[in-house]
Structure formats: structure tokens, C-alpha cells
Ligand binder design. Structure first.
Ligand code: GCU
Length: 593
């Protein structure tokens, strides 16, 4: 998108990024006036050998008596729920990796001077789509939205939508060939048919200006504008009705002096915000807060905070499938609130907007991350571009969410010249895109010195993050060599540090000795938690704890038949929702904080 010089200067004054992210989707589909959810049962086909595209099944040809037999049909066959990973919908698909095709009819009104889009909130991992047999686009990546403009292809009335999804893992994907979660595939999140005016509100940012608690700064960006347009930012409760004029690319930046009640976990204040243009209107709820570091402290609204966190995957353990709705979000987040949390780590990828928006409403700060998890092909330039796009799209989607305080760029990657180059670049890009939030990273490469019983970390990447996350499983992957109270930490002491992962496995209801992880007992997990909390007292720059993990979760890498059987049992809560003894250790710790 071209930005003229005057706007560039204005954006720089506002500390706004010049890198307005590459938009491959519009902001906030949930508040669009003319948007129809296409959720429900779709016809489906399992294309194990991935031959369907070659066979042209996107044409959805109907059998006619005069032609040769059509060797496929979407009608009268498999039906799959959308949203929903396909793995959890049929026993035969539990371990499936390959092509699954979806098909449904959509009814399109062709209003004059309007545009139509198909918007996917998420689909894993490769998605291709056709309308009436004509390709409308494709997307790579499993955890962020994308949209296809169907204005020129859609007919008035009934249209045939065919979507191919593929979840095969590849070395140049993000995540790549191996990761410790289930490779759920398919149309895993909401799908919308959205009609907009030809000149519509594509994007907007409404947040506090960096370093200020009484100036709201941001922009409104129209798509389709070729001349200046009138737009308005309306926040009734703050008596704000800011009228603006865009430049001829549709961009209007603003600064508004005001004194909002600040969002914080104990009072997650959100304001009704309305964005209006000459032909379009969007309303939503937005909170205002500041987040920064000062020395080795984290300051929320200028005051030091201690992060009482927990991680979770985007999964509902009971149905062994991806979470994808408000109801799912409420189930997961209410358990985090019950634990006494003020923070959640939405591991290890951008989770769906229902979860992000509900966490904000419930007063839970968020660490959000792109799935740069362990073994990524850092030497491949195309992988770097993919990581950059995922970062831009994550920030583009969630930049108005006050609850998000950390954008994290990596989890447990191994230092190398290529890894440092890519991740330093991502850290710098994060700062350019959004200087108002913290840059985070989760590091598992701390080193223990037996002579001094001290942990240290030698990784130049910590110089480029604001918040150092440490993943360390003392008592599980590594035994305590001395009493936990004797262990010292000398890790990034000039910066705030959180224990972004710690814990160990236990089978709910399995009881036994406390000194052998192989017992997989609740008592061993309970003692492990107590020992870690004792050790954490010696971390001078500790600003928070984020146990791994809230619920037992599915992983193909967990083969211990008796104790795991495809489950990672590090949950504080079992896959059936039962709280283990360690849950109560963390509850007491957070209540005492
Ligand atoms: C790692 C990783 C997690 C994984 C965990 C484990 O730290 O970040 O994704 O699930 O360890 O081994 O359970």
C-alpha cells in the first residue's frame, strides 16, 4: 500500500509503524454489518494421495447420464463440522495428515457498489479455494486469518464453494516437521461471507500513544478509496467524536487527548468504540493501558506487576479437538481464572479471536506468539518471509487488544548465525510494527554450573527482547542436584524474567512416591512444583511464573502406553477436567502473591 510523504511524517510523529502490515485480511470480521457466518456442516472428501486437484474435483462436476462416470461426489457423502479440525470428527481421521476437501453452496447478493469476500479465521495448514470452479486464492499457515475477494467471480444467488485443506508437515513450514502438539488439520476456525461497500473500513488502530496514559493515538485505513474521505472515531463514554479526513490512499492518523479508565486485570475496562466512514461503520470494545519495562520490572499502567500465568493449547481435551468458539474459550479461561491467574500464554501460535477477546474481557493479560518452535529452517530465506508475514498478521489482527502485552518471536530455538539473523530481524520488525508492547522469547538453553550451583544463559538474542522467558523443567527433564533453595540464577538480571515453562507429568488419580518422575504420580508432580517455587525465590529478576500447562494435551510424541498414550500429562488439570494436587500448589502460590 502506498503511503504519501505527509502521512509518513504524521505516522512517525505518532510513533506508529511505517510498516502498516501487509493486509491479507480485514480487521474484525465479527462486527461487520453484512457478514454471514458460513459455519455448519459442509460436504467433505478425504483425498489421501492428494490427487484431487489434478482430478479437478474443485469443479464439483455433477454426474450426468451422457458423460463418463464422475469418480467423485460431494453430495451424500462425508459431512464435517466447520469450524472444526477434521481429526476429531471421525475415528479414521485421528492421525490423518493429507488433503481434506470441503464443499458447500453459498448464496450471494450482488448489491451495487459493494464487494464480497470469503473470510477464514483460520485453517491448517495449506488452504486453497475455488468458487464455481474458479480459483479464488490460497494461503499458507495454520493460525491466522485470510480472505479471498470474490466480487468479480460470485454470481447473484447460489454459488459453489470448494475448499482444499492440507496438514502435511514440511521442513520449510512454520512450525516445521516436529512439534509437541497434535497436528489438527482442516478448517479449524470460523468462515464468513462478508459484503462491504466498495470503499470500506479495512483497518483501524485505537490505543494509547506509547508512553502516554492520556493520549489515544491510531489510524483509520479505508480500502478502495481514490480520493480523500471523511471518517470519524466515536467513543461516547469519553465524549470523543473525532472527525478526520483521509489522504487519497484512505489513511487518516490521529491523536486525541483524553483520560480513559485504564484496563487492568482487576478491572478490565473496555470502551464502546465506533469507527465511521462515508459508507461503512464498525463498532467494537477496546481497552486502554500502558505496558513497559523499567530495569528488571514490568510496569502495567506505570506500576510493577507480578505475572501469575498459565499456558494452554487451543484444544478441548474432552473432545480431543481444536477449541474454536466462545464456549470453548470460556471453558479454558474460566479454569485459568479459578487458578488465580492474571495472565495466559496462548501457546504456541496465535489462537482464535474468541479466546483473545474473552481473555481481555475476563482481565487476563496475554503473551501471544508465532509458532517459531524449536527446529525451524532458519537458513531458508522463504521461511524468514513466512515468519515475518505471520508476525505482521498476528500484530495486524490483535493490535487493538489491550490484554496482549507480549508479542513473542520464538520458543526454544537453538542459537546459530542463521537463527540469530532471522530472530533479531523479527525482534526489530516487532518493534517497528508495534513499539507499545513488549517483545518476548522463550529460551530453554540455560546452563547449570555444578561448581557454583548457578544457572546462566549465553544467548545474544536476549539483547533484543524486553521480556526473557525461561523454559526449565527441574525435577522432570533434569534432577535437582542440590536442595532447590541452594540453586542460584544469574540470567539476564538487567531485564525482567518470567518462568515461561516449568512442571512435570502426572496421571490424575495415580499416587505414589515423590522422588521418581517415572511414578507419573500426582505426589511427584506436587513435590516438583513446590521445589521449583522454592528455587524461584533465588531469581532476583523474577517477574512471573507460567506453569506448563493448564490441561493435559494431545501429542503424537508421547508414547508411554500406560501413562501417556498420546497425551502430554503436564497438565495441572487432567484431560477430563480433574484438578491434580499440583493445581492446588499453584493456586495457593498465586493467592499469596
Ligand atoms: C517444551 C515446549 C513445549 C512442550 C514441553 C514439554 O518446553 O516448549 O511445547 O510441550 O517442553 O516437553 O512438555
Amino acid at each position: 500500500m502506498k503511503i504519501n510523504k505527509k502521512t509518513k511524517v504524521l505516522l512517525m510523529c505518532l510513533g506508529l509503524s511505517l510498516l502498516v502490515p501487509a493486509q491479507s485480511f480485514m480487521t474484525n470480521p465479527y462486527s461487520r454489518k453484512n457478514s454471514e457466518l458460513l459455519n455448519g456442516k459442509w460436504n467433505a472428501l478425504i483425498d489421501v494421495y492428494c490427487m484431487g486437484e489434478l482430478a479437478g474435483i474443485f469443479k464439483n462436476k455433477q454426474q450426468s447420464t451422457t458423460t463418463k462416470a464422475v469418480e467423485y461426489t460431494f453430495n451424500d457423502g462425508l459431512r464435517l463440522d466447520v469450524p472444526g479440525d477434521f481429526n476429531s470428527q471421525m475415528p479414521e481421521l485421528k492421525y490423518y495428515e493429507g488433503n481434506v476437501w470441503y464443499q458447500r453452496k453459498i448464496n450471494v447478493t450482488k448489491t451495487d457498489n459493494c464487494k464480497q469476500f470469503i473470510y477464514f479465521a483460520g485453517s491448517n495448514y495449506i488452504t486453497k479455494a475455488w468458487l464455481n470452479g474458479v480459483s479464488i486464492g490460497q494461503h499458507e499457515g495454520g493460525f491466522l486469518p485470510f480472505q479471498f475477494d470474490i466480487t468479480k467471480i460470485a454470481k447473484a444467488g447460489e454459488n459453489d464453494l470448494v475448499v482444499m485443506t492440507n496438514n502435511n508437515r514440511k521442513v520449510d513450514f512454520i512450525p516445521a516437521l516436529n512439534f509437541d502438539w497434535w497436528n489438527y488439520g482442516g478448517i479449524t476456525r470460523d468462515v464468513f461471507l462478508i459484503e462491504t461497500p466498495d470503499v470500506y473500513i479495512n483497518d483501524y488502530k485505537v490505543q494509547l500513544k506509547k508512553g502516554s496514559q492520556n493520549i489515544i493515538a491510531g489510524y483509520v485505513k479505508l480500502e478502495g478509496a481514490t480520493a480523500v474521505q471523511n471518517v470519524e472515531v466515536f467513543i461516547a463514554e469519553l465524549k470523543i467524536r473525532k472527525k478526520l479526513t483521509t489522504d487519497n490512499t484512505g489513511l487518516a492518523a490521529f491523536e486525541i487527548a483524553t483520560k480513559p479508565q485504564l484496563w487492568e486485570p482487576s478491572s478490565p475496562k473496555l470502551y464502546d468504540v465506533k469507527i465511521l466512514s462515508e459508507k461503512d461503520t464498525i463498532s467494537e470494545q477496546i481497552g486502554f493501558r500502558t505496558i513497559e519495562t523499567k530495569g528488571n520490572k514490568i510496569l502495567l499502567n506505570g506500576k510493577p506487576i507480578f505475572i501469575k500465568g498459565v499456558s494452554f493449547h487451543e484444544e478441548i481435551a474432552q473432545r480431543m479437538g481444536r477449541a474454536n468458539s466462545d464456549a470453548d474459550a470460556a471453558m479454558i479461561l474460566s479454569e485459568a481464572k479459578a487458578l488465580g491467574c492474571n495472565f495466559v500464554r496462548t501457546a504456541h501460535y496465535s489462537q482464535n479471536e474468541h479466546t483473545v477477546r474473552m481473555a481481555e474481557k475476563m482481565g487476563l493479560m496475554i503473551w501471544e506468539e508465532i509458532p517459531v518452535w524449536q527446529g525451524i529452517k532458519f537458513t531458508d530465506e522463504t521461511v524468514m518471509v513466512k515468519a515475518q508475514n505471520m508476525l505482521k498478521e498476528m500484530i495486524f489482527r490483535d493490535k487493538n487488544r489491550a490484554a496482549i502485552i507480549v508479542w513473542s518471536i520464538q520458543n526454544e530455538t537453538v542459537p546459530s548465525a542463521a537463527r540469530d539473523k532471522m530472530l533479531v530481524g523479527l525482534a526489530k520488525m516487532t518493534h517497528q510494527l508495534d513499539s507499545t508492547r513488549l517483545i518476548g522469547g522463550a529460551f530453554d538453553n540455560v546452563k547449570y554450573d555444578i561448581g557454583t550451583n548457578t544457572f546462566s544463559l549465553n544467548d545474544s538474542l536476549i539483547n533484543y527482547v524486553d521480556l526473557v522467558g525461561i523454559n526449565k523443567y527441574m525435577g522432570w527433564y533434569e534432577a535437582f542436584r542440590v536442595d532447590p533453595s541452594q540453586i542460584k540464577w544469574n540470567v539476564a538480571t538487567s531485564k525482567p524474567l518470567i518462568m515461561s515453562e516449568f512442571g512435570g507429568e502426572a496421571q490424575y488419580g495415580q499416587h505414589g512416591k515423590t522422588d521418581t518422575p517415572s511414578s507419573w504420580s500426582e505426589e511427584n508432580q506436587e513435590k516438583l512444583y513446590r521445589d521449583n517455587l522454592t528455587m524461584f525465590k533465588n531469581i532476583s529478576n523474577l517477574c512471573g511464573t507460567v506453569p506448563w500447562i493448564l490441561f493435559d494435551f494431545r501429542s503424537p510424541n508421547r508414547w508411554n502406553k500406560q501413562n501417556q498414550d498420546g497425551w502430554n500429562r503436564k497438565g495441572l488439570v487432567s484431560d477430563k477436567g480433574q484438578r491434580k494436587k499440583a493445581w492446588y500448589v499453584m493456586k495457593a502460590y498465586y493467592d499469596g502473591k
